[in-house]
Design a protein around this ligand. Structure first.
Ligand SMILES: [Cu+2]
Ligand SMILES: [Zn+2]
Length: 169
């Protein structure tokens, strides 16, 4: 990994997903990229959860990061949790993940650094389902993997440097 990265290993995972995600703020938003291995083909909910804790099979990460106290939604919805990143649609293993988000930021009042990314077993229904959980968490089922979003000191001390973070899940 480059000098601007620190990796955190989430050692208490459910299942066997492994990989590293990098997060970088660019002009078009926050870009999330990485490779995941051991992940089942199909759609999996992916979110930022409130706490930077990965214990108890990722349950210690808490609920979706939702500082504005609104309903769960799709990434493109006006009303959504800051942490709502929808689904990744895995077509092969290993899977090259790449998407961007225009709401979540690494730092600032609702910054996600120090919180967790969680990948779920099931598809996130994006708040459109019939279950009571739909408007809370998208009913995306158990947590397969999680990791803490962290940065090292390098970019903090260099204003011009890209804002990057990475994690292992
Ligand atoms: Cu989640
Ligand atoms: Zn949510």
């Amino acid at each position: 990994m480059g000098a601007n990265y620190i990796n955190f290993k989430a050692t208490e995972l459910v299942g066997s997903i492994r990989g590293t995600l990098t997060l970088e703020e660019r002009n078009n938003g926050l870009v999330i990229e990485g490779q995941l291995s051991g992940i089942p083909v199909g759609k999996h909910g992916i979110h930022v959860h409130e706490y930077g804790s990965t214990g108890n099979e990722c349950l210690d990460a808490g609920g979706h990061y939702n500082p504005t106290n609104v309903s769960h939604g799709a990434p493109t919805d006006a009303e959504r949790h800051i942490g709502d990143w929808g689904n990744i649609d895995v077509d092969q293993d290993p899977y090259m993940l790449s998407f961007s988000d225009h709401v979540a930021k690494l730092t600032g009042p609702y910054g996600i650094v120090g919180r967790s990314i969680v990948i779920h077993r099931d598809e996130d229904d994006l708040g459109r389902g019939n279950s009571p959980d739909s408007k809370i968490n998208g009913n995306s089922g158990p947590r397969l993997a999680c990791g803490v979003i962290a940065v090292d000191g390098d970019w903090m001390s260099e204003d011009a440097a890209p804002r990057k973070s990475s994690l292992d899940v």
